[in-house]
Design a protein around this ligand. Structure first.
Ligand code: NOJ
Length: 533
């Protein structure tokens, strides 16, 4: 993009995912809520984030914690009111922070009035809004599709004698995106929220919304297929990733383009970088951002990550902008998954996220290096943990409440109130203590974000991999900025570097002037500015 064309806010900015139920509880019921987010905007402004993605806040029976929507326009009672959401948008806006909502177009709740009507009879008004099909003459489901949450993707509705499709829980029936009324209704939902000042959407299982019109069986997985496909024993050919999905993405994009400054971020869980690139469309006419699952799923390893970034740089169409994240409410937190609780590794991971070319998305707690918290089975909330324990503990460990302070209630809820999920070691990791300590993880993250703001190289500059020793990764951004990471226990020497250390994970080295090279210890990160000339 030529330098004189203004960049959209989300390209240079940093996004932050708020898992609302676990961010801050304003009314002492043990569950986070929208007013709690308003109460903690100071923290987010101080940290320097530009946009907040709120996990689902609309009405839901919570079979899958908000991802089973029963009303797309009304805020869930336990999280607040539409008025409070308006107040959050306004209060955040006064701090130049935008609010993004989580949109769930692939499926609704069984309790949604559309589905209640749909299942009421084969001739109901909303029958065709969902995917209904006859079973086989032998009494099996219509095809061999398996739900992402395990088991057949079909449930027989006794009342009408047909099966409905659900690619997740049986409580989450899939909508039929071949139906024009469904498309029109979601256009209206998006417009409603845009009109209320929402700056964009994270779009849930964006890759899945359109299914094969003929509902063909998926073929068996082969060794060439992804880990997930091999685990499920079938290639996900017909139940998701259909070519016609791109028509829907173009439709959403042209709608969003009518509202300046809006952004669409897809949850696009594909392992193939070329498939990922296709979500941006030709000439960037589909998603603005598509979450990079190869990156999230990669080990914290120099070669693996460098290769993924090289793939993105190769495959993305002109103008397409990458997005990087290391944690979310479905994945183990980066401080655990990538760093195994080692703060030095966590710093390297955060430095990487915040200095690659693309938009970083932090998950709440990343900024203090919050780890996964072990949740005892009797306190499981995630239906997947409940269903699969002890083989799989589900996703509660990454959804536990924020650690604001080392006090009873953690600064998250009132003293004496049991939070909906347990805390970890509040004394070892909390916002208040780290804010007092300039050498903390929290200050490191804040400094990285501040640096992005003052450096157009870091915000927008091109990425170029530079030669560096085994186990390290070094790249330049723009004209004068260089990032060096050691992703190994050994020290590494980076040759031919003159300039100034703008920021180092060892904060005592900030400002160091280099004369020909940089030596970093194991698991360290530095951002440098080359001297002119
Ligand atoms: C992806 C969401 O991130 C996850 O939490 C949810 O369970 C599934 N989509 C189904 O909506």
């Amino acid at each position: 993009m030529p330098a004189d064309i203004p960049r959209p806010w989300w390209q240079g900015g940093v996004l932050y995912q708020v898992y609302v139920r676990s961010f801050a509880d304003s009314n002492g019921d043990g569950t986070g809520d929208i007013a709690g987010v308003i109460d903690h905007l100071d923290h987010l402004e101080w940290l320097g984030v530009d946009g907040i993605w709120l996990s689902p806040v609309t009405r839901s029976p919570n079979a899958d914690w908000g991802y089973d929507v029963s009303d797309y326009i009304a805020v869930a009672d336990e999280l607040g009111t539409n008025g409070e959401l308006d107040a959050l948008i306004a209060a955040a806006g006064r701090r130049s922070i935008r609010i993004l909502l989580d949109l769930v177009p692939n499926h609704t709740s069984v309790a949604h009035p559309w589905f209640v009507d749909s299942r009421s009879s084969r001739s109901s008004v909303h029958r065709d809004w969902y995917v209904w099909a006859d079973g086989t003459p032998e009494g099996s489901p219509p095809n061999n599709w398996i739900s992402s949450f395990g088991g057949p993707a079909w449930t027989l509705d006794e009342g009408t004698g047909q099966y409905y499709l659900h690619n997740h829980l049986a409580e989450q029936p899939d909508l039929n995106w071949w139906n024009e009324e469904v498309r029109q209704t979601f256009d209206d939902i998006m417009v409603t929220w845009f009109d209320r000042g929402v700056s964009g959407f994270r779009i849930d299982v964006c890759n899945m919304v359109v299914k094969d019109a003929l509902l063909r069986d998926n073929p068996p997985a082969t060794d060439a297929d992804s880990f997930t496909e091999q685990m499920f024993g079938q290639r996900w050919l017909y139940n998701c990733g259909r070519p016609e999905l791109h028509d829907v993405l173009r439709r959403w994009r042209s709608l969003a383009d009518r509202f300046p400054g809006r952004v669409l971020i897809g949850e696009t869980p594909d392992e193939d970088i070329d498939v990922l690139a296709a979500y941006y469309g030709r000439g960037s006419d589909e998603l603005h951002l598509a979450f990079d699952f190869p990156f999230i799923n990669a080990p914290l390893d120099a070669d693996a990550l460098r290769q993924i970034v090289a793939g993105v740089e190769r495959a993305f169409p002109p103008g397409a902008w990458p997005v990087w994240t290391g944690s979310n409410h479905d994945m183990s937190r980066l401080a655990t998954r990538w760093a195994q609780g080692d703060p030095a590794k966590t710093r390297v991971a955060l430095a990487m996220l915040l200095t690659l070319r693309g938009t970083p998305v932090l998950y709440q707690g990343d900024e203090i290096g919050l780890e996964d918290i072990e949740v005892p089975p009797e306190r499981f909330r995630d239906p997947l943990g409940v269903r699969y324990w002890p083989a799989y503990a589900g996703r509660d460990a990454m959804r536990t409440p924020m650690h604001w302070r080392d006090v009873e209630g953690g600064g998250f809820t009132d003293p004496g109130v049991e939070p909906w999920l347990p805390f970890g070691d509040l004394a070892a990791c909390n916002v208040e203590d780290q804010r007092r300590d300039p050498s903390s993880m929290l200050h490191f993250v804040r400094s990285l974000i501040a640096l992005r703001r003052t450096s157009s190289d870091l915000a927008f500059g091109g990425y170029r991999a530079l030669d560096s020793p085994v186990g390290s990764w070094c790249w330049s951004r723009g004209e004068r900025t260089v990032v060096c990471l050691t992703l190994t226990d050994s020290a590494c020497s980076f040759e031919d570097l003159t300039g100034t250390v703008l920021l180092c994970s060892d904060r005592t080295r900030d400002g160091e002037v280099l004369d020909g090279g940089l030596r970093l210890g194991g698991w360290q990160a530095a951002v440098l500015e080359r001297h002119r000339g």
